[in-house]
Design a protein around this ligand. Structure first.
Ligand code: DC
Length: 229
């Protein structure tokens, strides 16, 4: 049976990864969190005080980075390794969230991440979420979803997620960070966040997780049937 490429793009904290993981589980596909790659690169840049205005320093830093996804201990998901160190926890910090959009806007960083993402998904059977998956990484993806939700709901969801992890933060700080990232992500020069013209838009402000999965799976099943013809 032909295995598809499923691209999920959208604004920050729209539940992209939750939906992507559910779809991957349902179909037995591999889930790839492209945002984790940009976050891990950002962590490396922060640790090494990389000057974001110096092209050769950036080039040299990238040449020292190796990224891998390895299944977690409970095999429920995969975790990102930066040069053989599991950094899944560190990359979720507010400090990284504050820097990541600037790093992800750099052309060398995008070229590096995109070519690895294309390699990981070249045989299909992948669900990848991010900002440019349906437009740049896999413009040929059979399924493209674009997720959105109201800023208030996104803020609340991210706030609760961070509170659950014990991260001390206010709702205002979370909203500021989301606004700032969305602005940089959608206005940057190289592969900005845009909706692919052939993407199905899912506004999940008022959808339960089950309803959202139903909407997505309906489209995916149609595409799977088409692909077998
Ligand atoms: O999905 P996330 O919030 O973990 O992504 C972190 C940042 O990485 C996000 O602010 C923008 C950037 N990103 C990107 O530019 N392109 C992607 N495909 C995925 C993420």
């Amino acid at each position: 049976m032909k295995k598809l490429k499923i691209a999920i793009d959208g604004w920050s904290s729209c539940g992209k990864s939750t939906l992507a993981k559910q779809i991957a589980k349902h179909l037995g596909y591999t889930y790839i969190d492209s945002g984790a790659m940009y976050r891990a690169i950002t962590l490396f840049f922060m640790r090494n005080n990389i000057d974001l205005t110096d092209a050769s320093t950036i080039e040299n830093a990238i040449s020292q980075i190796s990224l891998r996804f390895i299944p977690s201990a409970n095999a429920q998901t995969s975790e990102i390794y930066l040069n053989d160190e599991n950094v899944e926890m560190q990359i979720r910090s507010m400090a990284v969230a504050d820097e990541v959009s600037k790093v992800a806007a750099l052309k060398q960083v995008r070229d590096f991440a995109v070519s690895q993402q294309q390699e990981m998904g070249k045989h299909g059977g992948v669900v990848m979420d991010g900002r440019d998956i349906g437009t740049v990484v896999f413009p040929d993806a059979e399924v493209k979803l674009f997720m959105t939700a109201s800023p208030e709901i996104r803020t609340k969801r991210r706030y609760l997620e961070m509170a659950e992890k014990g991260i001390e933060i206010t709702m205002e700080e979370v909203m500021e960070n989301l606004k700032k990232r969305d602005h940089i992500d959608s206005t940057r020069m190289f592969s900005p966040l845009t909706q692919a013209t052939d993407a199905l838009v899912i506004d999940n402000s008022n959808l339960t997780m089950e309803e959202q999965l139903d909407v997505a799976m309906k489209l995916i099943q149609e595409k799977i049937n088409l692909a077998q013809d």
